[in-house]
Design a protein. Structure first.
Lengths: 174, 174, 174, 174
């Protein structure tokens, strides 16, 4: 049965959307994750997280939010299927990439950089969106996060391309 | 939309089943959770956790396991829908009751006692099964965990009764 | 050099003092820890934690507070030598007994019960003060927390007796 | 009394030393921290952490290691004064910068990058050593980690210069 479990794909990025284009890519990532029958893992709050959850929601899929505070947090978005409050504050950033079979980074400020670092420490397949500004573009262009280049870093321009690359990488790593 | 989210019910107890009767109560709890359209939250491993997940699985419901280690942990049960590895070791016991709108304790050794303590600290509705041995029986009979008696402790003899009491308590607390 | 490190002793209990007698026992525990050249580990806040830190402070010893929030928390006591803010909220209760070679429980409400549970899970030497009310008295009289009775539970009436028993247990377990 | 507490300075970097020069800078940072009467906070293991602890040890100062595993971890260095095992695995990287009033980064691979990210999220004074390779050099040259440039990033060539800059920044921020 273990092999039949659904793939879990993380989407990380800014908690405040910077451009319509960024919103569209995050939304499309969520939509494609749901269409592939996979589960979205994210931080459960606003910005990129909310856009991805909305994409999943519109396709009737499942999204899981690993929340930094408790359920009284007004920043929790309305489209989440499952809420996992942790009260771990920023340390919950260590769990989001760990709970993902592969991660898509869509822009992102320094909180996203901490998640990218953990994704690399756990050697998870990682796709960095390079068509928008933020850490995903910088790290995508850099090509690695660790000096031994042990973690996979792929790049994509769109949400659909990103999800396809994660699905391919995860099936290879099985 | 927030009010439409599904109720999340935690089931906690021994990681090694002590009796067929304990297995049946945990299995029935999972089954009733799925039948009520709620989501099971648990530790994702063996014993009571596995029995509850099997109950959910047989009804086509959704179970979430908050795991202490990573996905290579051989103790992860086969019936989980969603796996949230944390690498937090025992500290993950603080998250399971927090991520539950209400908790059912089914027997349980000292790990369960830590979860019961957190359930009380978070003032979550809690049903202790008193028809089997373990901490759920002791605490159910004691009637409270905190000296100010600020947390609700209910008791039940069966899984069905336990789920009904949680559903009622959660709807009142909304 | 490893064998020369100082022994670290945890003191846990109510965050609000219930009686002068409880304050005295916690204060005496801290004082005796410092006089033995050991280091106090605690939650770093008020009540029993503050009394123990004051005892260490008055003897010029070292106390470490594993704090649930950050340094802006007004509940941090003034007598701590070293402050370890964690932002882990209640989950920091999993760390206090882990960072202690042995633990003294002095009264205590449900937060203390969670720490007692972790102390047992980690199989740490544990002394429960039975001369005051609270979980330390209940668990001390019960004699164990786990059903296999794998964790040591000792009892004491005074802070001095408690520290002596911990020191003896830790030297045996080395 | 609160104002009299000792300053706590974090030193982060590679767990495997890359050059004698890196060892010397980390050692010198530890030595200068102890000479200033401050306390060293670090990850408690090998490489830069061990070099900094040795520097503190040789001056009779106090070092605190926030450890990822428990005390049986063979990677714990021999020069630590106080050991805080957490069993939180990589998530302990969120605590090291939080428990530091200011942080010195000395080289560093992707684990260090996660700590740099948290230092920025907590807006802690941060000195990046630019005279050796690794993330401290890259981030020092970049000048910021967050896109709003809300966190202070200073640079230094030596351990002594780094400690002086942290002491100055911490006294200003008091």
């Amino acid at each position: 049965m273990k092999d039949k479990r659904k793939i879990q794909i993380g989407v990380i990025g800014d908690s405040q959307i910077r451009s319509n284009y960024q919103y569209e890519i995050a939304y499309e990532s969520g939509r494609e994750i749901a269409l592939a029958g996979a589960i979205l893992i994210c931080g459960g709050r606003t910005g990129v997280m909310e856009a991805a959850c909305k994409g999943v929601y519109d396709e009737g899929g499942i999204s899981v939010g690993i929340l930094p505070h408790d359920l009284s947090d007004p920043g929790v978005n309305d489209f989440l299927t499952i809420r996992i409050p942790t009260l771990l504050n920023w340390a919950r950033n260590a769990i989001i990439p760990l709970a993902s079979d592969g991660i898509i980074a869509c822009g992102g400020n320094v909180g996203t950089l901490s998640e990218l670092s953990f994704a690399s420490l756990y050697r998870k397949p990682l796709v960095c969106i390079t068509s928008i500004s933020g850490w995903s573009k910088e790290i995508g262009k850099r090509g690695s996060l660790d000096y031994q280049k042990q973690s996979q870093i792929m790049t994509a321009e769109t949400g659909k391309e990103a999800v396809q690359k994660i699905l391919k990488a995860v099936s290879f790593s099985k």
